[in-house]
Design a protein around this ligand. Sequence first.
Ligand code: NAP
Length: 262
Amino acid sequence: MDLGLKGKWALVCAASKGLGKGCALALAGEGVNVVITARGAEALEATAAELRRLAGAGEVRAVAGDIATPEGRAAALAACPQVDILINNAGGPPPGDFREWDREAWIKALDANMLTPIELIKATVDKMAGRGFGRVVNITSGAVKAPIDVLGLSNGARTGLTGFVAGLARQPKLAGRNVTINNLLPGVFDTDRIAATLKGQAAKTGKTIEELKEARKATVPAGRYGTLQEFGQICAFICSAQASYLTGQNILLDGGAYPGTF
Ligand code: NAP
C-alpha cells in the first residue's frame, strides 16, 4: 500500500535506537525526509547512515541533542524545513518508589514525557493546519492504560500528556484541517530500555536475564516481545494519507497483554 507520504518531512525525536528508530525506518522507507535526534552522536550517525541506505529513502538529517531542553528542541526544529509529521519520543523516567522522588525528579519526568511533546506540538500544529496536512504521534506507554506501580513518574507524566492531547486533537481548527494527533502505547518491545530493565532486575533478584525474559514473555498472549520494525509500521500507517479520520486515539500495541475488553 502506498501511504501517500513521499516527500513529506518528519521530525522523529529520540530515534537512534528502539521505538523511535523503528518509526524513522518505516517513514524513511516510505520516501519521507526525516530529521532524527538523540543525545549520543555516534549511535545517531550510525542510524542516519542505515536510513540513507534504505531503498527509496529521501533526505536524512541527524541532530544530536537533548530533546527535553529548549536548545535541543530548537536545533531539531531548525533542521526540519517543515514538520509535516511529528513523532514525539524521549527516554522513560526511572522506576522507583514515590516516597523517594523529590520535586526535581517529577519536573524531569514531566519535562521529558509531557512538556517536551506539548512544546513541539505547539511549535508545529498550526503550520500543519495551514498546509492542510499534519500527523502527530506521541510514543507513550501501555502504562497509561494499565499503570505499572514502580513506574509512577511515567504513569503520571504520560497520563498528563494523554489528557492534554485528548482535548487538543478534537479542536476543529486542527481535526478539520487534516491534522491528526494520536498516541501509540507500547507494551513490551525488544529494545535497549527493556534489556537495561531486565539487567537491573537480574542484579536484584539473582535470577538470570534469560529467566526474567522468559517470565515476561509468558505474560504476553502473543508469546513474544514486539519488534521495533512492527512498531514503526503501525506508526507509519497512523501518519498515512489513509488515516486522516483517525485522531485523538490511544492505540495499544502489546500482543494482547492488556486484559480488558476496551
Ligand atoms: P531505548 O531503546 O532506550 O531508546 C531510546 C532512544 O531515545 C535512544 O535513541 C536514545 O538515545 C534516545 N533518547 C533518550 N532520551 C533522549 C533525550 N532526552 N533526547 C533525545 N534523545 C533521547 O528506548 P525504547 O524502548 O525505544 O523506549 C522509547 C520510549 O518508549 C521510552 O519513553 C520508553 O519508556 C517507552 N516505552 C518503551 C517500552 C518498551 O517495551 N521498549 C514500553 C513502554 C514504554 P540517547 O540515549 O543517545 O539520547
